[in-house]
Design a protein around this ligand. Structure first.
Ligand code: AMP
Ligand code: ZN
Length: 119
């Protein structure tokens, strides 16, 4: 499968293996790896392999990839053993959302009770 990649994007470089990561799970369309600065005992980043810069760029053509991300999250939760205890999936969009990497990504957080609401 071919997908659009941005040569200046940190997460595209991780997908290509040009920057090392601790892989947790991978399918034809998504890649999951451990966050370098974990905010919970389990903190996994799930990304579509296609370079999409943020939720603002989701449309009818690419939205199935977000379903793939959620299917990956459910599989990872089972594999890693936290499906029953529960978890949180977070997508930060834009400056006020706290997005720091311009490749859409979903934080999968688990392993402790997560406060609500987030800060
Ligand atoms: P956000 O702030 O929502 O854009 O999330 C970006 C996340 O990527 C942060 O939680 C960072 O810790 C994480 N991150 C940045 N660089 C790397 C890297 N090289 N490997 C793994 N995680 C990273
Ligand atoms: Zn990218």
């Amino acid at each position: 499968m071919t997908y659009y990649s941005d040569e200046n994007c940190l997460f595209c470089k991780i997908i290509k293996g040009d920057i090392p990561s601790t892989k947790v799970y991978e399918t034809e369309t998504v890649y999951a790896f451990r966050d370098i600065e974990p905010q919970a005992p389990q903190h996994i980043i799930i990304i579509p392999k296609e370079h999409i810069s943020s939720t603002n760029e989701i449309n009818e053509e690419n939205s199935a990839l977000i379903g793939d991300v959620y299917a990956a999250a459910a599989t990872i939760a089972r594999i890693e053993g936290f499906a029953d205890n529960g978890y949180r999936i977070v997508n930060n969009c834009g400056m006020d959302g706290g997005q720091t990497v311009g490749h859409i990504h979903f934080h999968l957080l688990a392993g402790r009770y997560l406060q609500w609401p987030p800060g």
